[in-house]
Design a protein around this ligand. Sequence first.
Ligand SMILES: [Zn+2]
Length: 330
Amino acid sequence: MYLPPELVREIFKCVFDLDNLDSSETTPTEELGVPRKQKWCLIQPLTLTCKAYRALSLEFWFHTFFLQLPADIPLAHIMFPDLKKKWTRYIHCVQTDSKYTSIWNLQGFGCLSTIRLDWLSPRMMPHHGSDDPADRLPFTNVPSSVNELDIRGLPWPSPLVFHNIGGILPELKVLKMRQPKIWCGLCHTCSVVRFRSPGPKIIVYEGGLGLPMHYARVFRTLQHLHTVYITIADFGSGSTIVSAEADKNQHFWTGECDRCMYVMYEDAGFRDRWVARKRGIILEGHEKETVYIRPAALKRVEWRFWAARDEEEVDFLESADENSEAEDVV
Ligand SMILES: [Zn+2]
């Protein structure tokens, strides 16, 4: 007796559902450059049973498409003509180089909804006015069905990196970022974060506020963006006191580095004007100063922090010296 094809399909769906597997059956999820999907050795026997099961196995296997070279996209299309048009929902790109040849052409992906980009290239120095694609999000011909971008490991997460985001991802609804540094709107550079211990695990802003001001200005071209998740390292040993409780975040922290806050917040007048600007408030007598502009649909900004290990600290402090630059952003 044969099972109805609809039932077989549901069974395959369960087999490939990562939530149904324990961690020993999948590869790690947070490590850069490592795919989040089942181990092939568990799936391969299914592909050998019959033509129908092989077709279903490949279809579900390629729902998540893991790639380390842009040139692999046309090769995969030749081998599996349905991959781009019908199969892939989630594409996981690993950026190992930052030359022109590392631009990901996503033309023809008919069902794609999410892009994950792991940035492993050590080079990324965005420059104002640059036309080098290596300075920007490295995608072209992104289908309009894509509504989520998950970008990890950016060595220099300047707002300039996102200058092309409105043009290539106009339908974006959810943006996730995970990297060791963040943009400081006061010194216009990227820095590691240092809170006085114990630092916060999570800070949530509602109502369209809560991004670094220059991020908000770049993201205002995204008419559908409703949620931004920013996950960064907390290197500890700082003087900045911030926690999730409202009374411990009275300065409305949105990425400022510990040094800027220590030095510049000494001037209470400057500090109060800066906090007002981050809330989008134009103060009398300071009408010419730029203020926070909410992206049209933004509802929630969620900051999460992980405690940096000692070896991470050495790595990133060294690279911070190499990358240090001040930017005229907008
Ligand atoms: Zn700063």
